[in-house]
Design a protein around this ligand. Structure first.
Ligand SMILES: NC(=O)c1ccc[n+]([C@@H]2O[C@H](COP(=O)([O-])OP(=O)(O)OC[C@H]3O[C@@H](n4cnc5c(N)ncnc54)[C@H](OP(=O)(O)O)[C@@H]3O)[C@@H](O)[C@H]2O)c1
Length: 362
C-alpha cells in the first residue's frame, strides 16, 4: 500500500513576504532510482517536496500524461544530466489545482485549476501528488476540458509551438509538411498551423488518417502503404519532422522551397552528451549542428534546425485559448491510475496504445 504524504501550511505562512510558503515536506511520487525498463519505476509514499522559490507554484496534480521523453529518461536518455541526480521524478505534463504559490507569483491563486508542462531537463517531474512548476509554465485550464484531456496537451503543443512560431515563424497562407502527424506533437502542429491560416500535408499510419484529417490536415499520406516521396507534391515553406530518421530528413529537405525551414525533433545534443559527457558532448553537438546548417544552406538554400520544447508563456496562453475553443485537441486513448505506472509505460513503449496515455492522480 502506498502512503500519501501530507502537506500543511507552515507557521512561516504568517510571516511577511512568505505568505504562501509551505513547510512540509513529503508526498507520493513515481521515481526512477536507476535507469531501465518499466520495472524500475517505483511509487514512493514520502518523497520530499522542496520549499517554493518566489516564482514557483505548487500544483495538486489530478492527471499527468506520458510523453516519449518520460520513457527515454527512464531508460537512461539524458544520463549525462540525470545520472548524478538519481532518484529523479519522471513527468513533464500536468493538470491540477494550485495548492500554494511562491511570494512573487502574481497571475495565479490557490484553488485555481491549471495545466502546463516542465521543460525537458527539469529534475523534479510531474508524476507526483504535488508538482512544482514556475508561474510561466502554467496557465488556467479551460473549464470545458477534463484534467485528463488538459494534461495531454501542453508539452506536445509547446514543442510544436516553438518549432512553428519561434523557429519557422509561420504565417498565413504558407504550406507546411508535418512528418509524423499522427502523434501528439504532430497533431498539435497541424492544429496550430491551421489556426495560423496555413495549409498542412502530413504523413501518418493508417489508423491515424481520419484523426489528422479531422483536425484540419489537407492531405494525409499513409507512410505504411505509400511511397511518401512520390505521394507528396509541391514545395513547402516549413517541414516539421517528428520522426527524424535519415529518410524523413532527406525527403523533408528535398521538399522545401529555398529559404524554407527543416525542423527535426530528434536533435542529437542529449545523445552526444550522454556518449561523451557534457563537457565534450555539448560543444561537439553544437559543431555537428553548425556543420549541417552550413551544408544545407549551401546545398539546398534551406535553414536546418534541431528544435526542442521550451516554456513560452505567450505560446501557452494561445494553447489555452485554442484548446478552450475546441481548436486544439490531443485525444486521450487510455488512462491508468498512477499506481499502475509500470503497466502504462509498458503499453506505451510496446505501442499497444497508439495515442496518448494519461495517469490519473486521485
Ligand atoms: N525535441 C523535443 O523537445 C521533443 C519534444 C517532444 C517530443 N519529441 C520527440 O518527438 C517524437 C514524437 O513525440 P510525440 O509526443 O508526438 O509522440 P507520440 O504521441 O508517441 O507519437 C509518435 C507517432 O509517431 C508516428 N510515427 C512513427 N513512425 C513514423 C513514420 N515513419 N512516419 C510517420 N509517422 C510515424 C506514429 O504515428 P501513427 O500512429 O500515425 O503511425 C506515432 O503515433 C518522439 O520521438 C519524441 O521523443 C521531442
Amino acid at each position: 500500500m502506498w502512503r500519501r504524504g501530507i502537506l500543511r501550511r507552515s507557521s512561516a505562512a504568517r510571516e511577511p513576504g512568505l505568505r504562501f510558503r509551505w513547510a512540509s515536506t513529503a508526498c507520493r511520487a513515481v521515481v526512477v532510482p536507476r535507469f531501465g525498463g518499466p520495472e524500475v519505476l517505483e511509487v514512493r509514499g514520502a518523497v520530499a517536496v522542496p520549499d517554493l522559490k518566489p516564482r514557483e507554484v505548487l500544483v495538486r496534480s489530478r492527471a499527468v500524461s506520458i510523453n516519449p521523453l518520460d520513457l527515454r529518461m527512464r531508460s537512461g536518455y539524458g544520463r549525462s544530466i540525470f545520472e548524478p541526480l538519481l532518484p529523479i521524478i519522471l513527468g513533464r505534463d500536468v493538470s491540477g489545482e494550485v495548492a500554494a504559490v511562491g511570494s512573487s507569483v502574481s497571475s495565479l491563486t490557490v484553488g485555481q485549476e491549471v495545466f502546463g508542462a516542465l521543460h525537458p531537463t527539469a529534475v523534479r517531474g510531474t508524476y507526483t501528488d504535488y508538482a512544482i512548476l514556475s508561474e510561466d509554465e502554467l496557465t488556467l485550464k479551460p473549464p470545458s476540458l477534463s484534467h485528463e484531456e488538459a494534461s495531454a496537451i501542453p508539452f506536445a503543443a509547446l514543442t510544436a509551438w516553438r518549432a512553428l512560431k519561434s523557429t519557422a515563424r509561420i504565417s498565413q497562407g504558407q504550406r507546411l509538411l508535418v512528418l509524423g502527424g499522427g502523434g501528439a506533437v504532430g497533431l498539435a502542429a497541424i492544429q496550430l498551423s491551421v489556426a495560423a491560416g496555413c495549409s498542412v500535408t502530413t504523413t501518418c499510419g493508417s489508423q491515424s488518417i481520419e484523426r489528422v484529417l479531422a483536425v484540419g490536415a489537407e492531405k494525409a499520406i499513409d507512410y505504411t502503404t505509400e511511397d511518401i516521396e512520390s505521394a507528396i507534391k509541391g514545395q513547402f515553406d516549413a517541414v516539421l519532422d517528428t520522426i527524424g530518421i535519415p529518410e524523413t530528413e532527406r525527403v523533408g529537405i528535398n521538399l522545401l522551397r529555398k529559404g524554407g525551414h527543416y525542423m527535426t525533433l530528434q536533435g542529437e545534443a542529449a545523445s552526444i552528451a550522454d556518449r561523451y559527457g557534457l563537457t565534450v558532448g555539448l560543444p561537439a553537438a553544437t559543431a555537428i549542428l553548425l556543420k549541417k546548417q552550413i551544408q544545407y544552406r549551401y546545398s539546398h538554400g534551406i535553414e536546418y534546425w534541431w528544435t526542442y520544447m521550451r516554456a513560452d508563456p505567450e505560446g501557452l496562453d494561445e494553447i489555452r485559448r485554442l484548446s478552450g475553443a475546441g481548436k486544439l485537441q490531443i485525444p486521450v486513448d487510455k488512462t491508468f491510475p498512477i499506481t499502475e505506472v509500470r503497466e502504462a509505460h509498458r503499453v506505451k513503449e510496446k505501442r499497444l496504445i497508439p495515442g496518448k496515455v494519461v495517469l490519473e492522480v486521485d
